[in-house]
Ligand binder design. Structure first.
Ligand SMILES: Nc1nc2c(ncn2[C@@H]2O[C@H](COP(=O)(O)OP(=O)(O)O)[C@@H](O)[C@H]2O)c(=O)[nH]1
Ligand SMILES: [Mg+2]
Length: 226
């Protein structure tokens, strides 16, 4: 649920990057963090085990669009993907506004992808949220690797609901389509918010270092250099 803070004149949206272990969630956030100019973001907090897996969450507020004088902030979280950390995933999912589901495109990860998506649905249902109500996009990540499933197959497995989600071919280690997917879910959130609150996003200051040109509202970020 978006939070409106009248004192600081901010609206906060929480976006959770969800997916199986090692699918590339932390890599997404690290890339975004690196490319967004420091004035528009906070610190990236990553708690990792010795095995280099996220234990708790990454957190990245991105200042972006101004809605009727309120600055919108996007807080980006990742969940730990391992099955045993379901309690942590439920905690991180609390009050979620939007989801980026990151699937690992490698053939041997299909079962884990499907299981993780099902787990997302279950954990949302615990909060009385249906996956069909919440803005989300799908990422098919690691498209640079050789042993990957074709997009059609991933769509068949993960994007088979009546209302199909936007999906992106991503290589998060190089940043390909990382911002495209973030922009897509952000726009969905802003659109939903505008409809509910009867206000329209107006100004979108450039959020990425080295990109002085204005960004068309309601996009929040654009890819920087390649
Ligand atoms: N080749 C390739 N490796 C990736 C990509 N995205 C992530 N990785 C690697 O996959 C491993 C797990 O990534 P990480 O972001 O920690 O996964 P997480 O558990 O979902 O947070 C790391 O070694 C990353 O460098 C990608 O697009 N291509
Ligand atoms: Mg991680």
């Amino acid at each position: 649920m978006s939070i409106i803070n009248y004192a600081s004149r901010e609206i906060q949206f929480k976006i959770v990057y969800y997916g199986p272990a090692l699918c590339g969630k932390t890599t997404n956030l690290a890339y975004i963090h690196e490319r967004v100019c420091p004035a528009n973001r906070g610190d990236l907090v990553s708690l990792a085990t010795a095995a280099d897996r996220t234990l708790f969450f990454d957190f990245l507020p991105l200042n972006a669009v101004v809605i009727k004088g309120f600055v919108t902030k996007f807080q980006l979280y990742t969940v730990p993907g391992q099955v045993i950390y379901n309690a942590t995933r439920q905690l991180v999912l609390r009050s979620v506004d939007g989801v980026v589901f990151v699937a690992d495109s490698q053939w041997e990860k299909m079962e884990e992808n499907v299981e993780s998506f099902r787990n997302l649905e279950e954990n949302l249902a615990q909060q009385n949220i249906s996956i069909d109500e919440i803005p989300y996009v799908l990422q098919y990540n690691k498209r640079d690797l050789g042993n990957i499933a074709p997009i059609n197959y991933l769509e068949f497995l993960l994007n088979n609901r009546r209302k199909r989600a936007q999906s992106f071919e991503v290589t998060s280690s190089t940043g390909q389509n990382v911002f495209a997917s973030l922009n897509a879910v952000s726009q969905m959130l802003l659109y939903k918010f505008s409809k509910q609150s009867n206000v329209t996003p107006t100004v979108a200051p450039p959020a990425v270092a080295g990109q002085p040109e204005p960004v068309a509202a309601p996009k929040i970020v654009v890819p920087a250099r390649v």
